[in-house]
Design a protein around this ligand. Structure first.
Ligand code: ATP
Ligand code: MG
Length: 722
């Protein structure tokens, strides 16, 4: 297909952005603060490469979410008509999945491998523990999922992890190594990969097969990676390998926005990049296009308190906006009510609901906002909470789909073998699972031979026989049909629909479940239509993969007129005209009491990410008390509120906060005299050099012993005489 010539307008870029976009080739690192157009640089650069004659299908651009990938494709097509669908725009996971399907035979992997989610992983860990006689450790399954996932992020397979552990004096490491090995054996038997495997196995594929490696290294002329600060070792290793021949690797990132170290991301990749690639061109961007000066100033002021960072400049020519509003409320219910009252005022003043976002640190905080929004009849959507595909009834139908595509998918079989109930007892299932584990078979293989075994009761034998026949029937009927037809067949032939209809007589929630499975069929239909519009045919296997790779934020549709609720983590890369950053309390945000300095710095980066999502108006709220697990806790305002106000002697003025009657007494200026030695929990010791204002507006200037001089609002600053 001939690509029509592109006419890129480079006037949409500032000077350094243009330099990055026009950079001829060779390693390129764009390191810049929030909202400076990093993502825009990637998009324009791809379009520019196409304009310059590079074939779109020789370009790989990696984004952080599928949603971001979809948007980037759209933008590329706007700039270079027709090219968006041909460029490889992927997340690391979806790219690796594609690679592994293509070369599955090299890895002793079925083409129809399943992708296990965290829940499936936990179940498999518990099975692995059983093979080792460690059932008692069951409640630690989540911890082992974490350990194994982190090992994979660092490219340590079970064998290498064991070697490392053998050298360790810590017996817990050795237990983890044994569980890892047993887990991997079960994953192999089930033809299943977890998210860490996708990356690690793709990396191994390239490393161990020179022909394949050479092919892709030659094939991809350009590799571009967005949000580079959140890549882990395995992902970076993969990108580096792919770009090793042409050396056209362009990465963009912001070390101040690294918020996934708990998931193995390694900000150090940014620092290593220049060492790994000689002659790296480094471009820094300083002009923020997103936010008002007030918002930017406050966010920069916060991040400034991190010690472990690359200093960078950030400025904006955007017009001055309204001041940041900081509000103190008595408790989380009042906090939610206040936010919703503000939403009402904004809407009254002509704001669209979709312009407004409410961020929080933990999912549990959404409930109070939901209640207040519902009471005020404001439509809202929660991004990334319980994913639609995680609902039990939806997952049951999908598990049938998975087991049709990959008979060995044990986690799926265990889910559906008795759903709807068909009289296969738990004891029989446990025994079969045990036999399967012992003999290295998959559960499916064990089920097929079960009717011939004396250890299984005659009733169970008959039930198992019927289940095996059902699955074989479904496989012959559904496997090759379009996903939507296949799922409808599953729902009918498995008896799920009839069973749920029966349930509606006694269970008021069952009707909702029926609606959800109908909605799943619709979703599958949408998927088919989307693919056929792109000239591709959908099959059940691909649909299962699409669902498995969905992430929380992918479902977010900004055209829906509703207030958006989400955790700060999920907000990365997005922007909203109005942002409420809530629950800014010590222990909640930053989370945890006595966080280690490096964790505290990550929390601060998270706060910086949250603040820099706002374009025009930012609200910071905190509550004096908060109910957590049924107990009421008193809380202090987050240090980040204070830090946001300390802009080198010119604090961004907070609006006058409402104080609850039972709030702590306002600290008084009288206690702070010029010349006095004081102590601050984050900044250490210092000396008061000036005082001004009175009452609630009282401020002091403090020169801290580390040389930093800052102006503090006495009523907020946790200053004590030293
Ligand atoms: P983040 O750090 O949050 O990922 P980013 O650096 O990727 O941000 P973008 O999302 O690319 O920044 O851009 C931020 C906003 O600024 C977007 O709305 C974008 O359209 C706009 N923008 C970027 N560059 C320019 C420019 N040269 N002229 C006008 N607007 C721009
Ligand atoms: Mg970006």
């Amino acid at each position: 297909m001939l690509i029509p010539p592109v006419a890129l307008n480079l006037d949409d870029l500032n000077e350094p952005q243009r330099a990055a976009v026009l950079h001829d080739g060779g390693p390129l690192l764009v390191l810049a603060g929030a909202g400076t157009g990093k993502t825009r640089v990637i998009t324009y650069r791809v379009a520019r490469l196409i304009e310059g004659g590079v074939s779109p299908d020789r370009i790989l651009a990696v984004t952080f979410t599928n949603k971001a990938a979809g948007e980037m494709k759209k933008r590329i097509s706007d700039l270079a008509p027709g090219a968006g669908s041909r460029v490889w725009v992927h997340t690391f996971h979806s790219f690796c999945c594609r690679l592994l399907r293509r070369h599955h035979e090299k890895l002793n992997l079925g083409r129809h491998f399943t992708i296990y989610d965290e829940d499936d992983q936990k179940r498999t860990i518990v099975e692995a523990m059983k093979t080792l006689g460690l059932e008692k450790e069951k409640n630690k399954a989540g911890m082992y999922v974490h350990i194994i996932s982190r090992a994979k992020d660092d490219l340590l397979d079970a064998g290498s992890y064991k070697i490392h552990s053998d050298a360790s004096p810590d017996p817990a490491r050795q237990t983890a190594a044994s569980i890892y090995e047993a887990y991997q054996r079960l994953m192999d038997a089930a033809g299943a990969l977890d998210f860490g495997d996708l990356i690690m196995k793709a990396y191994d594929l390239l490393r161990n097969h020179e022909d394949i490696r050479k092919h892709y290294q030659g094939f991809f002329q350009h590799v571009l990676v967005d949000e580079f600060q959140d890549t882990n070792r395995a992902q970076y290793g993969l990108a580096r390998t792919l770009a090793a021949e042409h050396k056209n690797l362009c990465v963009v990132g912001d070390d101040d926005q690294g918020i996934y170290s708990w998931r193995g991301a390694n900000i150090g990749n940014i620092l290593e990049f220049e060492g790994d690639f000689a002659n790296t061109r480094v471009v820094t961007l300083e002009q923020n296009y997103r936010s008002t000066p007030q918002i930017l100033e406050a966010a920069v002021s916060v991040i400034h308190y991190n010690r472990n960072r690359k200093p960078k400049k950030l400025k904006t020519d955007n017009a001055a906006g309204e001041p940041i509003e900081t509000m103190e409320l008595p408790n989380e219910v009042e906090e939610a009510r206040w936010v919703v009252r503000r939403v009402a005022q904004l809407v009254e003043a002509g704001r669209g609901l979709r312009d407004i976002a409410i961020f929080y640190r933990t999912n549990a905080q959404s409930r109070a906002f939901e209640e207040s929004l519902r009471a005020a009849r404001f439509p809202y959507r929660i991004v990334g909470a319980m994913r639609f595909y995680e609902r039990k009834e939806v997952k049951d139908v999908l598990s049938y789909g998975r087991a049709i595509v990959n008979p060995d998918d044990t986690a799926a079989l265990v889910r559906i073998i008795n759903v709807p109930p068909r009289g296969i007892g738990k004891a029989s299932l446990d025994r079969l699972s045990h036999d399967a584990r012992e003999s290295g078979m998959s559960l499916w293989e064990a089920l097929k031979v079960a009717p011939g075994l004396s250890s299984v009761s005659p009733a169970s034998k008959r039930a198992i026989q019927r289940f095996v026949e059902l699955m074989e029937h479904l496989r012959s009927q559904a496997a090759s049909r379009p996903p939507c037809v296949a799922l409808e067949t599953v729902i009918e032939a498995s008896g799920l629909r009839v069973w749920l209809e029966e349930e509606t007589k006694t269970d008021p929630e069952a009707a909702g479940r029926l609606e959800n499975i109908a909605e799943l069929v619709n979703a599958a239909k949408d998927y088919e239509l989307r693919l056929s519009a792109a000239g591709e045919a959908a099959d059940l296997g691909r649909y299962m993969e699409e669902v498995a790779l969905q992430s929380g934020v992918d479902s977010y549709d900004e055209s829906v007129p509703a207030v958006t609720l989400m955790t700060v983590h999920l907000a990365k890369g997005l922007e909203f005209p109005v942002v409420f950053l809530t629950g800014l309390e010590e222990g909640l945000f930053p989370i945890g009491s006595n966080a280690a300095p490096k964790d505290l710095e990550e929390e601060r980066r998270l706060c910086y990410v949250g603040m820099t999502r706002a374009r025009e108006k930012l609200y910071l709220t905190h509550a004096n008390t908060r109910r957590i697990f049924g107990h009421v806790f008193a809380s202090l305002p987050s240090r980040f509120i204070l830090e946001s106000q300390l802009t080198q002697g010119s604090p961004v003025l907070p609006s006058r906060p409402v104080r609850s009657p039972d709030a702590a007494p306002v600290r008084s200026l009288a206690a702070m005299r010029v010349g006095m030695r004081v102590r601050h929990p984050s900044f250490g010791l210092g000396k008061v050099t000036e005082s001004s204002g009175s009452g609630k507006d009282a401020r002091v200037m403090v020169r801290f012993d580390d040389g930093r001089t800052t102006k503090l609002l006495v009523r907020y600053a946790p200053l004590e005489p030293a």
